[in-house]
Design a protein around this ligand. Structure first.
Ligand SMILES: [Zn+2]
Length: 340
């Protein structure tokens, strides 16, 4: 994930990039976020930026082989740790660790970088249990940090919700977090820093994230909200010609704003999706958007969301690689129409 793909936290992204540029990234960094703010995605973007050999303008290039592996979440030197428990999805393993659930985790994260704890638990099948980061997990982490990095570069251990780590697991990890091998970085993403075991917390540089920035929301709301809400309404009522009529408006935005429009649209879809799942309170919904979002949440069928996310992402990528805007958005319209 590139920094620019993530919505909001512009100031923080700039600060993180300068830390990298100036060689000041601490070996243990703790991002403090709230549910749904995209902390894990930001940690990945940071790791990708650190490892990309073609950084430009405070962001990774997004196209080199390194970036490619980060974007698919398959970089062999990026390890994920998150609270787990025994479930039907953990198969026969008695003490599942994060790696047991890696395919589920990747799929969820790629689908929705702003996932919430509740969404994760549902995907893991542990709604009725508490996930935790166990001693078995700590042993896994230690063996990974003791191995050479596969690609000869940095190694990243991204720990989601370190507040779920048991005392024993924390004791095991402490020395490694305190004095990791050169090139090993612990990137922690927490919702409750005060609940993270003190010995671990005190070794981390703490960085506070913000909810999606107000300015971005307002800009998006005034310019793009009318377009996307009308586009979705026309889509629901199967009015293809009205949808195609809207294309001109989008094409006239110009390249940069077209990309922003796509980004706003995916965040707008995310808000609708969260609302549909009773999570409107964490969706950062603006007053102006509220009523439309409620209406759309009722009208849009579940399978549409993932497809639409992908279509908007595809359109943004195409605009980025200088494809003809008219064709890109005509194609987008058609894809949305057949996906509803
Ligand atoms: Zn790159």
């Amino acid at each position: 994930m590139q920094f620019k793909e993530l919505i909001g936290n512009e100031v923080l992204k700039g600060k993180l990039a300068s830390m990298v540029d100036e060689g000041r990234v601490p070996h243990a960094l703790m991002l403090i976020e709230d549910d749904g703010w995209g902390g894990v995605a930001l940690a990945i973007a940071l790791a990708q930026y650190m490892s990309c050999p073609h950084k430009e303008g405070g962001d990774s290039c997004g196209v080199c082989p390194e970036c490619n592996k980060f974007q698919k979440l398959i970089h062999p030197d990026m390890h994920f740790v998150f609270p787990v428990n025994v479930t039907s999805k953990s198969g026969s393993e008695k003490k599942p660790v994060s790696d047991t659930f890696l395919p589920v985790w990747r799929e969820m994260l790629l689908k929705n970088p702003y996932f919430t704890e509740e969404i994760l638990n549902r995907e893991l099948g542990i709604e009725d249990k508490v996930g935790n980061i166990s001693v078995a997990e700590a042993k896994e982490i230690l063996s990974k940090t003791n191995m050479r990095s596969y690609e000869g570069g940095n190694k990243y251990i991204i720990i989601y919700l370190p507040e779920r780590m048991s005392q024993d697991a924390a004791n095991k990890l402490l020395k490694m977090v305190e004095e990791p091998f050169a090139g090993t970085y612990f990137l922690l993403v927490t919702h409750s820093p005060e609940k993270v075991i003190n010995t671990i917390r005190s070794r981390c540089l703490q960085v506070h994230m913000l909810p999606v920035e107000t300015s971005m929301i307002q800009d998006g709301v005034s310019v793009y909200f009318p377009i996307i809400s009308e586009l979705l309404s026309n889509c629901i009522s199967k009015n293809l010609s009205a949808m195609l009529d809207q294309n001109e408006e989008i094409v006239n935005l110009g390249r940069e704003r077209q990309k922003e429009f796509c980004r706003y649209s995916t965040s707008f879809l995310r808000k609708i999706w969260l609302t549909k799942h009773g999570l409107a309170h964490i969706a950062n919904i603006n007053q102006e958007e509220s009523q439309t979002i409620n209406t759309l949440a009722k009208a849009i069928p579940e399978p549409f969301f993932e497809k639409a996310f992908n279509h908007f992402e595809g359109a943004r990528g195409a605009v980025e690689s200088n494809a003809n805007a008219k064709m890109v958005f005509c194609n987008l319209t058609n894809l949305l129409f057949v996906s509803i």
